[in-house]
Every structure is written in structure tokens, then in C-alpha cells.
Design a protein around this ligand. Structure first.
Ligand SMILES: C[S@@+](CC[C@H](N)C(=O)[O-])C[C@H]1O[C@@H](n2cnc3c(N)ncnc32)[C@H](O)[C@@H]1O
Length: 315
């Protein structure tokens, strides 16, 4: 693979996400998952000279792509910050920003991350078993598998990968480690999983679920999403839009439940005559890529975009 391919990411629902996100062309917007800036670039093209776009990414290579070389975004309305989106409030506060007019999260990994063997995200290439989006901190997948007990490994693979053979995979991993040869590479992991998974799902590599599980765990993706959504609620101006694109059911369930919970007017059963707390979100849309997009970019196949609007009440 040449370096241009390794840097390319095809943005999913590029126009649709921005159509839903922009409510005022003069506003302040947050892209919490910059990637290679496909959504940010589209957003900047729709906004006035008075607008601001703040981007965040926890991957130092994404930040480097935004600030140097041919992919650099040279626009006075734009800035990028190396952090996790759960930290969006303090990051914006340091810029003097307490509210935004739209907030986008395009979850998961980018193609430059998956397609770079050195990042260890993919069972399609051999590389070190890393899987961290933020390579400057935290524990790699190999480090986790070298220290965790069998039960913990099985739990992670079962819950984050919905893998039926989680126990067998964890057993095999620990047996190999105890034999003095812990897994260190993506190839070693996919081989061990292939031997432990007894029934294969058609069209899917047996390692798919285990790789997904370890990636979600190593990057605390579900916790990040929960924290990011609650932070978003505090940041959105009345009528501002929240746009979230998910790529698997665990993420989408969190987004869907959050929007439903914040859209409901709940009656407190212990105080049924007390004034009802106002709902803080209004669901606007659920969008999936069309056939043309899926044909052009098969990675968009599993995407689901949910859009909600901050209500006037309780803002
Ligand atoms: C699917 S890509 C985004 C692609 C982007 N919308 C584009 O069009 O180029 C997801 C990006 O979000 C980043 N990311 C994922 N979770 C994150 C988090 N919790 N905090 C910050 N960045 C995160 C990843 O490092 C990756 O670069």
C-alpha cells in the first residue's frame, strides 16, 4: 500500500450530516471526531466568515494531518485539539466557548487507522497488536492480553464483541501466554481466534468480533460515548443540532437510548404532582447511507446517523 492510500478516508454521509448539523451559517460548531476532516471541510464550505469550527481528535496522526502537509486546513475559522471528545467541555472552555450551535460525532476508527498495519487494528494485515487511537497514552491490546486474567479477557470479548466463543478464545490466549509466548501481533491473534471459533458467520472473518471487542475496550469507546453525549447536552444552544454516526449496534443503542431518554417528559413517581422536568432533546432524524454510497464505500454499510435538536426548555 502506498502512503497516499494510507492517508485516505472516505467520509460517510458527508453532505447529509452537514445538512442536518447547520442551523446558522454564523455559528460555532464542534467536530468531535476530525479523522481526515471530511465533515469539517464540508462544514467550513457551508459557513460564513464569522463562523468557527473547533475540531477534536485523540489520534496524533489526525491532528498532524490537519496541521501539516497537503492535507492541512489553512482557515482562520478552524482550530484542532488533541484530546478525547469526553474532554470537549474543558477544551472549549479554554477557548472561551461555553455553547455551540452544532456538534458532530462520527464514531469509530478512520480508514488511515484501519489500513495502517503499524496501528494493529486489522486482522487483514500483520502488525503489532496495538489498537490505541491515542498512541501517546494507555495500554495496547497486546499489553492488556499479557496481563489480564482469563475471565476478564472473556468478558471483554463477549460483551464488546457479542462473541459466542469468547470463553474458548480467552482460554486459548491464556494457554499460549502461559506457554511463554503471549500474542504480540494481529496475525497471531487472528490465528488463535480462527482455531477457537467453531461456527463461522457467512461472509465474516472469524476474528471480526474479537478485534472489534478489543478495540472498543482498549479505547474505552462506550464510556467515551456516554460521557461525550452528556457533555454535548450541556454545550448545545437552544435549537442546536446533535449529529451522531455509529458503526455498530453497541454504539447505536447508547445513542438511541440517550436521545429517547432526553426527549421524554418523565413523571417522577415519588412526586406525581410536581412540575415535570422539561425534555432537553427533540429527535429529528435517523438516516442510513443509500445504495449508491454503500456501493462506492462498503465501509458505510453499517452506519446509522441519528440527529436530535436541543429544545428551548432547560437550556
Ligand atoms: C470515523 S473517523 C472520522 C472521520 C471524519 N468524519 C472524516 O470525515 O474524515 C473517527 C475519528 O474519530 C477519532 N475518535 C474516535 N473516538 C474518539 C474520541 N473518543 N475522542 C476523540 N477522537 C476520537 C478517531 O481517532 C478517528 O480519527
Amino acid at each position: 500500500m502506498d502512503s497516499t492510500q494510507a492517508w485516505h478516508h472516505t467520509t460517510v454521509l458527508r453532505a447529509e450530516a452537514i445538512d442536518h448539523l447547520v442551523t446558522t451559517p454564523d455559528g460555532v460548531y464542534l467536530d468531535g471526531t476530525f479523522g481526515r476532516g471530511g465533515h469539517t471541510r464540508e462544514l467550513l464550505s457551508r459557513l460564513s466568515p464569522k463562523a468557527r469550527v473547533i475540531a477534536i481528535d485523540r489520534d496524533p496522526q489526525a491532528v498532524e494531518a490537519a496541521t501539516s502537509g497537503e492535507t492541512r486546513i489553512d482557515d482562520p475559522r478552524f482550530s484542532i485539539h488533541h484530546t478525547a471528545f469526553a474532554q470537549m467541555r474543558p477544551t472549549l472552555a479554554a477557548l472561551g466557548i461555553t455553547h455551540v450551535d452544532g456538534l458532530l460525532l462520527d464514531l469509530g476508527v478512520s480508514s488511515p487507522q484501519i489500513d495502517n498495519p503499524a496501528r494493529g487494528f486489522s486482522f487483514r494485515f500483520d502488525g503489532p497488536l496495538d489498537m490505541r487511537m491515542d498512541t501517546t497514552r494507555g495500554e495496547s491490546a497486546a499489553e492488556f492480553l499479557a496481563r489480564a486474567d482469563e475471565r476478564h479477557i472473556a468478558e471483554v470479548i463477549k460483551h464488546h464483541g457479542e462473541e459466542r466463543f469468547a470463553v474458548q478464545i480467552a482460554k486459548a490466549l491464556v494457554a499460549r501466554r502461559e506457554g511463554g509466548d503471549p500474542v504480540r501481533t494481529t496475525r497471531q491473534l487472528s490465528e488463535i481466534v480462527a482455531r477457537s471459533v467453531k461456527t463461522r458467520e457467512p461472509g465474516q472473518d472469524p476474528a471480526t468480533r474479537t478485534f472489534q471487542a478489543l478495540r472498543i475496550f482498549v479505547n474505552a469507546e462506550l464510556e467515551e460515548l456516554e460521557q461525550g453525549l452528556s457533555a454535548a447536552l450541556q454545550l448545545l444552544n437552544p435549537e442546536a443540532r446533535l449529529v451522531v454516526i455509529s458503526f455498530h449496534s453497541l454504539e447505536d443503542r447508547i445513542v438511541k437510548t440517550f436521545i429517547a431518554r432526553e426527549s421524554r417528559t418523565e413523571v417522577d413517581r415519588r412526586a406525581p404532582f410536581a412540575p415535570e422536568p422539561a425534555h432537553r432533546l427533540r429527535p429529528i432524524a435517523r438516516v442510513k447511507p443509500g445504495e449508491t454510497e454503500i456501493r462506492a464505500n462498503p465501509r458505510s454499510r453499517s452506519a446509522v446517523m441519528r440527529v436530535a435538536e436541543r429544545t428551548e426548555e432547560a437550556a
